[in-house]
Design a protein around this ligand. Structure first.
Ligand code: MG
Length: 256
């Protein structure tokens, strides 16, 4: 099932997507999904990120091919860092190139959206706490990340966490082709079978540390081939069986 969050007639809704049709859900998607008899076309709505995270928990080096490319030793345990909720961007939104960075990078990633409050969840319980899977771009100001050592500034600008276009609830997350297109050229191409730490292990590891809330998101790491983006570029993260998350790069909008 594909779960989609969107704006229609100035109201935020959830629905179930089939083809171009969205069947609107009554009530809370995190509890039980009750589909109404109302429907709209996906062309009539503004898609939103299919989650409202209190935080994005991101995994550092987590693909075998990326580790080989960087000549890095495989990690003994996941490296985690956070993106703030303010960095969330929706499908089709602009990603803002910060005025204080000269090296903005894309990172195509599989994202996990959490279904219910989770703390100290073992790997074998993990799937009960997952609502679904989607695409994300772990946008990174690489120069600031390297300059600071700490990753917070380089990873946390507004618009640096695009997520979407919708959730797939029934899919094996470890068998998906993952691709990144920059202006229609494939620059990352891998498969989630190359994840070093798998989805259940990540849920266990993260929830040893912090409580995850419904709508929180885990970005599972990026494969080989990360690289720079420029103002005017169109960037697409594509996950097989899920969909395509498309955003464009613009100059930072100052003076909000
Ligand atoms: Mg990343």
């Amino acid at each position: 099932m594909k779960l989609v969050r969107f704006i229609y007639a100035k109201q935020e809704k959830w629905g179930v997507l089939s083809g171009n049709n969205i069947n609107i859900i009554d009530g809370n998607v995190y509890n039980n999904v009750e589909v109404s008899d109302k429907s709209v076309s996906v062309d009539e709505v503004k898609l939103l990120a299919p989650c409202s995270p209190s935080k994005g928990v991101c995994i550092g080096l987590n693909y075998y091919d990326h580790a080989r490319e960087m000549n890095l030793k495989l990690p003994d345990e996941p490296l985690i860092f956070l993106k703030p909720s303010s960095s969330l961007a929706h499908p089709g939104d602009s990603i803002e190139y910060p005025a204080i960075s000269q090296n903005l990078h894309f990172e195509a990633e599989l994202a996990i959206v959490i279904k219910k409050q989770a703390k100290n969840i073992s790997a074998h319980q993990a799937y009960d706490y997952i609502l679904g899977y989607t695409c994300a771009n772990d946008v990174t100001a690489r120069d600031l990340q390297m300059k600071d050592g700490q990753w917070t500034r380089g990873k946390s600008f507004d618009t640096f966490m695009p997520v979407g276009p919708w959730l797939e609830t029934d899919i094996d997350p470890h068998k998906l082709n993952i691709k990144l297109y920059l202006n229609n050229t494939v620059l990352q191409s891998s498969n989630t079978s190359n994840l070093i730490f798998k989805v259940p292990e990540l849920v266990e590891f993260v929830t040893q540390v912090m409580t995850l809330y419904p709508g929180d998101v885990i970005l599972t790491g990026t494969p080989a081939g990360v690289g720079p983006m420029m103002v005017g570029d169109k960037v697409v993260v594509e996950l097989e069986g899920i969909g395509r998350l498309e955003n464009t790069i613009v100059n930072e909008k100052l003076g909000r």
